[in-house]
Design a protein around this ligand. Structure first.
Ligand SMILES: [Zn+2]
Length: 84
């Protein structure tokens, strides 16, 4: 049942894939326009230290996930960003 692909068909597939990749690249600047501002210093809601580190930023919802750097706390929380 399996039909062997000719070289031309394979080449076309590669071309299509490359076009898709280029389209994705073009979409990226639009996403980058959606910028969020987050406070550079954030207090841990549990222990109150400012020794917190951003672990992940969700560009869609504008939420920054932070983790308390105190070994005894290590509390994970999220910070809502403001749209720029
Ligand atoms: Zn903490």
């Amino acid at each position: 049942m399996s039909k062997k692909k000719t070289k031309t068909e394979q080449e076309i597939e590669v071309q299509v894939r490359e076009e898709i990749t280029e389209q994705k690249k073009q979409d990226e600047p639009e996403k980058q326009q959606k910028k969020w501002a987050f406070p550079t210093v954030s207090k841990c809601p549990r222990c109150g230290t400012t020794e917190t580190k951003a672990t992940h930023t969700d560009g869609k919802t504008g939420t920054q996930y932070r983790q308390c750097q105190r070994a005894i706390c290590r509390y994970n929380y999220s910070v809502k960003g403001t749209k720029v």
